[in-house]
Design a protein around this ligand. Sequence first.
Ligand code: SAH
Ligand code: DHB
Ligand code: MG
Length: 223
Amino acid sequence: MSEELWKSVDRYLVDHLVPFDPVLEEALQANARAELPSIDVAPNQGKLLYLLARIQGARRILEIGTLGGYSTIWLARALPVDGKLITLEIDPKHAEVAAANMHGAGLASIVDIRIGHALQSLPRLHAESAAAFDLIFIDADKPNNPAYLEWALRFSRLGTIIVVDNVVRDGKIADRNNSDPMVEGARKVIEMLGAEPRLEATAIQTVGSKGHDGFAVALVVKP
Ligand code: SAH
Ligand code: DHB
Ligand code: MG
């Protein structure tokens, strides 16, 4: 199956299921103007994140990896007005673009962007004795995914949903000999999800406008 076909199917799905949204479109354009890489989730994936958060009745969301905040807008829109989304971003330029996008989306009061290496922001957040999150989206530097999953468990309660993006990497995850740290991070996190008794998890490979990749979804089933 060709990449052109994946793209045209994504176009068809998005045309019918993800109505044109000027705020999301403007966020993507602002990202492009600032020359951010276009590695945001696809529109239909963004809507899946939104639906998961709605199904969950989420009030508190943690995101690791903001970029320009495209996925952040999708997730934050699932929250009630008194909800909270904390998103962690290492690159101050990305965070600045994201902050402007949150203003444009009317979400600045719900979204808290924290600049710094997530492995420094997470302990800081923990020291604030932040309450558990209802949904956690892991989408930053892939080699640190195992560490992010451990932090996600620390910030979870029974029933928390954990989503990990980019776990398939063009199918390279299935190649045991591939030692690319991005691929190893993806593989390790899948193995942790499978071995962790507190979680029930699955993963789905995706093809579409963003190529061949996948995401994992886990539910915290034991404290
Ligand atoms: N979630 C976004 C895409 C995130 S891309 C969306 O779908 O719209 C990954 C982001 O993680 C990039 O902006 C990158 O700068 C950031 N990142 C990379 N390493 C990081 C780290 N150690 N801590 C926090 N953020 C990091
Ligand atoms: C990359 C990161 C992502 O979050 C993504 O969705 C696609 C690619 C990357 O760093 O290459
Ligand atoms: Mg991603």
